[in-house]
Design a protein around this ligand. Structure first.
Ligand SMILES: Cc1cc2nc3c(=O)[nH]c(=O)nc-3n(C[C@H](O)[C@H](O)[C@H](O)COP(=O)(O)OP(=O)(O)OC[C@H]3O[C@@H](n4cnc5c(N)ncnc54)[C@H](O)[C@@H]3O)c2cc1C
Ligand code: FES
Length: 261
């Protein structure tokens, strides 16, 4: 159930240049969240909304039901994320969530995870749930360079990780669809779960079509209300009755074949 709640920050650490891992106390959220859901967080410096007027959306990166904690992984881009990066342990966050639908976990011999840039954030929880279900995901992580490859060691705990960077500073120098396509050629009965830049998701949607593999894409449109009310986050879909769906309420995860790329 969606709630507006206050959460105490436990830690907020810069794990890569400009990329922060924020852990906060939220027992109910930790128990209720499914992989792929997101939160809308007030990013004011004092927890009372000073800073950007609108909340900012972040995928739930990790949860620990025993400790009653949840985590986000975020990159500093503008004022909201800059404010968030300055928040300290002991301070209180104002959060709405969990929001959105999340990934639909399906049976497959070869679950493929693909995260581009900060698109890795909502995928760690998914990988953990797949492992709990005795599935063995293969994980493709791509970024512009090694500094933008976040949380690689966390993913390595749960499956084989293939890295790519645009500049070759880590892993293979290419986009992640190149090794991913090779994998699809050799492994039948796959399913792809992905999050990242639009161009990457479009490319994976095309690969899914080519290899007849279902693809679930998590979209990251700019958002305002996060609740399906303002109609500020439309995505065009192949649906006669309803040309646009709202990423916040109907997604953020969609079957790739439903999206007009
Ligand atoms: C469902 C969802 C989940 C998200 N999860 C994460 C996450 O886990 N970690 C993370 O770091 N970011 C995530 N984002 C993106 C994050 O919400 C934005 O980076 C953040 O809102 C920027 O706020 P700001 O005030 O710092 O920057 P703003 O001043 O609002 O924007 C600064 C710059 O960032 C660009 N920007 C803003 N929003 C987005 C967006 N959605 N996608 C691409 N560029 C954007 C703007 O065009 C501008 O150039 C998510 C977005 C959505 C919609
Ligand atoms: S952000 Fe308001 S409808 Fe999606």
């Amino acid at each position: 159930m969606i709630k507006n709640f206050k959460a105490e920050i436990i830690s907020n650490k810069e794990i890569n240049q400009g990329i922060f891992n924020l852990i906060f106390k939220a027992p109910e959220l930790a128990a209720a969240t499914v992989p792929g859901q997101f939160l809308e967080i007030m990013c004011g410096t004092d927890g009372a909304g000073n800073g950007p007027f609108l909340r900012r959306p972040f995928g739930v990166y990790n949860t620990d039901i025993k400790k009653g904690t949840a985590e986000i992984l975020f990159k500093v881009l503008g004022q909201g994320t800059k404010n968030l990066s300055a928040r300290k342990a002991g301070e209180i966050l104002d959060i709405v969530g969990p929001l959105g639908n999340g990934f639909k976990i399906v049976e497959a011999n070869h679950p493929v995870i693909a995260g581009g840039g900060m698109g890795v954030a909502p995928l760690l929880l998914l990988v953990k749930v797949l492992r709990d279900k005795k599935q063995k995901p293969i994980i493709f992580l791509g970024a512009k360079n090694k500094d933008e490859l976040a949380a690689v060691e966390k993913f390595e705990k749960y499956g084989k990780v293939i890295l790519t960077t645009d500049d070759g500073s880590a892993g293979e120098k290419c986009f992640l669809n190149i090794p991913l396509e090779k994998y699809l050629e050799e492994n039948k009965n796959s399913v792809i779960y992905c999050c990242g830049p639009h161009a990457m998701l479009k490319c994976l949607a095309e690969l899914g079509k080519k290899y007849k593999v279902p693809v679930q894409v998590s979209l990251e449109e700019k958002m305002a209300c996060g609740l399906g009310v303002c109609r500020g986050c439309p995505v065009e879909v192949k649906n006669k009755d309803e040309k646009y769906k709202m990423v916040c309420k109907d997604g953020p995860v969609f079957p790739a074949e439903d999206v007009v790329w």
